[in-house]
Design a protein around this ligand. Structure first.
Ligand code: TYM
Length: 326
């Protein structure tokens, strides 16, 4: 199993609900690799000192959320050079047309019109390299990454056809509840680390007062009935968030709030989220006080990842016909 998060901003409850939360249950059942995708992060401008700080903070967040560095491999993408090397080979199996059709590439090109760099377009190919290096069967992600995992499948199949069986063909694992948490201010948009509106996203680092304030201000509609439906995207989003954080289904959440008004419902969502975040924040703070421990854990993770990545890349280099000596 393989997945990653970019250290491009504070994690939101969307990243938690759509990705990290689902990793926890899997770490003891599968061989898991979870990365900090710093190479992906620089496809949009990053302040170097901040990127470095966020990388360590994300490692602390992973651990604080309950990932166990003994049970799974936690590492920083740029510590394992094979990601960039495999990406180069996979670039030759990817068509410009398919890369330029990716929704995220189109969105980010619009958002960063002054910086449509090659890396932005290559982003999903690097992601395919991540996944294929570790021969992952499953990739637990939020709904927004489905298209990228599907491209990784196409690239794997194409390579296997061209050079013979080499890669496992991965599948996205997307949980229904929490797979697409929307902005609290505009449910037409996904909740994002980089939204300009500070009330749009709840961050894992937000204190209880901030969490409560953001949920109180969340947009809903005027009929005051707690039900999920396409016509009620704001309320549906809050139900999804509640379900993800209370550990129930949306239907159970609807039943729990039957006959209750939006005021009471929003308070309950805020409390439920804040109750999950508090212990994570305390643990993250404790871990960040011990930078040596974090650095050591990441180094060990990189060593374990490297062993697997090197094997796969050696095989790929042989398959494509790179001379490796007699
Ligand atoms: P990133 O950092 O943008 O997102 C990390 C994870 O959080 C999920 N996610 C969401 N889920 C639900 N609702 C939301 N509003 C929301 N926003 C984000 C994403 O789907 C993702 O699972 N490109 C990846 C990072 C990556 C990766 C990989 C993932 C790099 N290499 C290999 C899987 C396999 C990304 O979206 O990061």
């Amino acid at each position: 199993m393989y997945s990653a998060v970019q250290p491009s901003g504070n994690l939101t409850i969307g990243n938690y609900a759509g990705a990290v939360r689902n990793w926890l249950a899997m770490q003891n059942e599968y061989d898991c690799f979870f990365a900090i995708a710093d190479m992906h992060a620089i496809t949009v401008r990053q302040e170097p000192a901040e990127l470095r700080r966020r990388t360590v903070e994300l490692a602390a967040t992973y651990l604080a959320c309950g990932l166990d560095p003994e049970a799974c491999v936690l590492y920083v993408q740029s510590h394992v050079p094979q990601h960039a090397e495999l990406c180069w080979v996979l670039n030759t199996c990817t068509y410009v047309g398919e890369a330029s059709r990716m929704t995220q590439f189109k969105d980010k090109s619009q958002k960063h019109a002054e910086n449509i760099n090659m890396g932005l377009m290559d982003y999903p190919v690097l992601m395919a390299a991540d996944i294929l290096l570790y021969r992952a069967d499953y990739v637990p992600v939020g709904a927004d990454q489905k298209q990228h995992v599907e491209l990784a499948r196409d690239i794997a199949l194409r390579f296997n056809n061209r050079y013979g069986e080499t890669f496992r063909v991965p599948e996205p694992l997307i949980k229904r509840d929490g797979a697409s948490i929307r902005s609290l201010q505009d449910p037409a948009k996904k909740m994002s680390k980089s939204d300009e509106n500070p009330n749009a996203a709840v961050f894992l680092t937000d204190d209880r007062d901030t969490v409560m304030r953001k949920f109180k201000r969340a947009v809903t509609d005027s009929d005051n009935c707690v039900r999920a439906s396409a016509e009620k995207p704001g309320v549906t989003n809050l139900l999804n968030i509640y379900a993800a954080f209370a550990g129930c289904t949306v239907e159970e959440a609807e039943r729990a709030f039957e006959g209750k008004g939006y005021g009471e419902f929003k308070l309950a969502v805020g409390e439920t989220v804040a109750d999950v975040l508090s212990p994570i924040q305390a643990e993250q703070k404790r871990l960040l006080a011990d930078k040596k421990f974090l650095a050591d854990a990441l180094q060990k993770g990189a060593e374990r990842a490297y062993k697997v990545a090197r094997k796969t890349l050696d095989k790929v280099y042989r398959k494509v016909g790179f001379y490796r000596g007699e």
